[in-house]
Design a protein around this ligand. Structure first.
Ligand SMILES: Cc1cc2nc3c(=O)[nH]c(=O)nc-3n(C[C@H](O)[C@H](O)[C@H](O)COP(=O)(O)OP(=O)(O)OC[C@H]3O[C@@H](n4cnc5c(N)ncnc54)[C@H](O)[C@@H]3O)c2cc1C
Length: 367
């Protein structure tokens, strides 16, 4: 087990060196066999160490398509902690052990086809919890790892009242009769993003994860770690883009030198630097904090900042690179996919509506 973040990064680089970094399952296996997934949760904990999480996302961002990084991100930040905190023995614990070894891929199926993703209380995927059997019916749309997973952690309604205690988690093996999967299309290559359908799916009672009624509260807490992960990833992606852009501007001939010499170009580049440093500053205190979710308000601030910084910097990278941005794998394609920072795991508009409710907390937390 690596002792320090530097040891962790060394183990991570060794694991990535021999892996197919464009294949999410192969990469997950390499991270598992290289001990990287286990080392992400030091001292037997269930939450990722923030500095190790930052190192993992930066390395993946540098070597893998965005969709592959997304596949890993949702598992390490959300699925694994939720499962690990729910059980230490039985089928759920066995699944956690399989994930840590990189053998098992588990999708997080929260967003419901029957309701807007921002409105989980109206989700229509339903379960009946019996003593001998559990059934589930419904549809979950836009689920990362849907087409590649072994199982899905499914948020399902077990009671009718529109209340946060009406939901539970189910661990649904993908091979169970009644589970069907459809790809969401060509976007986000490597993410396995797709739609899951559950028609009269019958499960063992052991499929229930944690106590019924606790799922939404647990998810609301854990999604804070996913938001921190998103901010750390957005920061790595933006830094990579800015570095490449700066090198390119310095090498691009212009009448009086290179594009880098134009004051207007330097001004636009500098504004991106400011945006990136603002995101860095938001992340910095959390990197040295304990593993685990930030406060709800901090999580929402991170989510909006990650999305807006990615949007600002990918847009400027496209504009400043001109036609070159449209080369295969160029900034224009990345910009389209990076728009997901403002959607997946919570849309920016919804975050802003929620943030206004926390105005007093946020204003009070200043110097
Ligand atoms: C690449 C990708 C991967 C994803 N992976 C997963 C996954 O692994 N698991 C999973 O469960 N889901 C996943 N999702 C789904 C994602 O979480 C939802 O798309 C997201 O929650 C937004 O829901 P929606 O798309 O239904 O948009 P809606 O909720 O319908 O929102 C549409 C628009 O309306 C605005 N809006 C809606 N409600 C409000 C409000 N109350 N206040 C202000 N504005 C509002 C939003 O800002 C948004 O712009 C993924 C999505 C993408 C794009």
């Amino acid at each position: 087990m690596p002792e320090s973040t530097a040891d962790f990064t060394a183990a991570l680089r060794t694991a990535l060196a021999g892996a197919d970094t464009a294949d999410a399952r192969a990469l997950w296996r390499a991270l598992g066999t290289g001990g990287v997934i286990a080392a992400l949760y030091p001292d037997g904990g269930t939450q990722p160490d923030p500095r190790r999480l930052a190192a993992l996302l930066a390395e993946l961002d540098a070597h893998s398509p965005l969709g592959v990084t997304l596949s890993v991100c949702v598992q390490v930040a959300t699925v694994l902690p939720l499962l690990a905190e729910a059980a230490t023995t039985g089928p759920v614990a066995d699944t956690v052990a399989g994930m840590v070894r990189g053998e098992t891929v588990v999708a997080l199926a929260v967003t419901d086809a029957g309701a807007s993703g921002s409105d989980l209380l109206d989700a229509t995927t339903r379960t009946k919890l019996g003593d001998d059997a559990v059934t589930v019916d419904g549809r979950k749309d836009w689920i990362t790892n849907a087409t590649t997973c072994d199982a899905a952690l499914v948020l399902a309604r077990h009671r009718e009242p529109r209340h946060f205690t009406s939901f539970c988690w189910l661990l649904v093996p993908r091979s169970t009769p009644g589970v069907t999967v459809e790809s969401a299309g060509r976007a986000f290559a490597g993410s396995g993003v797709g739609h899951l359908r559950f028609d009269g799916v019958a499960l063992e009672p052991g499929a229930l994860v944690g106590r019924p009624g606790r799922a939404l509260a647990g998810f609301a807490r854990q999604v804070g770690v996913e938001r921190l992960a998103g901010a750390l990833w957005s920061r790595a992606l933006c830094r990579r883009l800015m570095t490449g852009l700066g090198d390119w501007l310095r090498s691009r001939p212009a009448a009086d030198g290179t594009l880098w010499d134009h004051p207007a170009v330097r001004d636009r580049y500098a504004r991106c630097l400011v945006a990136l440093r603002q995101l860095d500053a938001l992340c910095a205190p959390l990197l040295d904090g304990p593993p685990g979710p930030p406060s709800t308000a901090t999580g929402m601030v991170l989510k909006v900042a990650a999305a807006e910084t990615a949007e600002t910097i990918t847009a400027e990278a496209v504009h400043l690179r001109g036609a070159d941005a449209f080369r295969d794998g160029g900034e224009a394609a990345l910009r389209t996919e990076a728009a997901m920072f403002g959607i997946a795991g919570g849309a920016t508009g919804t975050m802003l509506a929620g943030l206004a409710d926390h105005a007093d907390d946020l204003l009070g937390s200043g110097p």
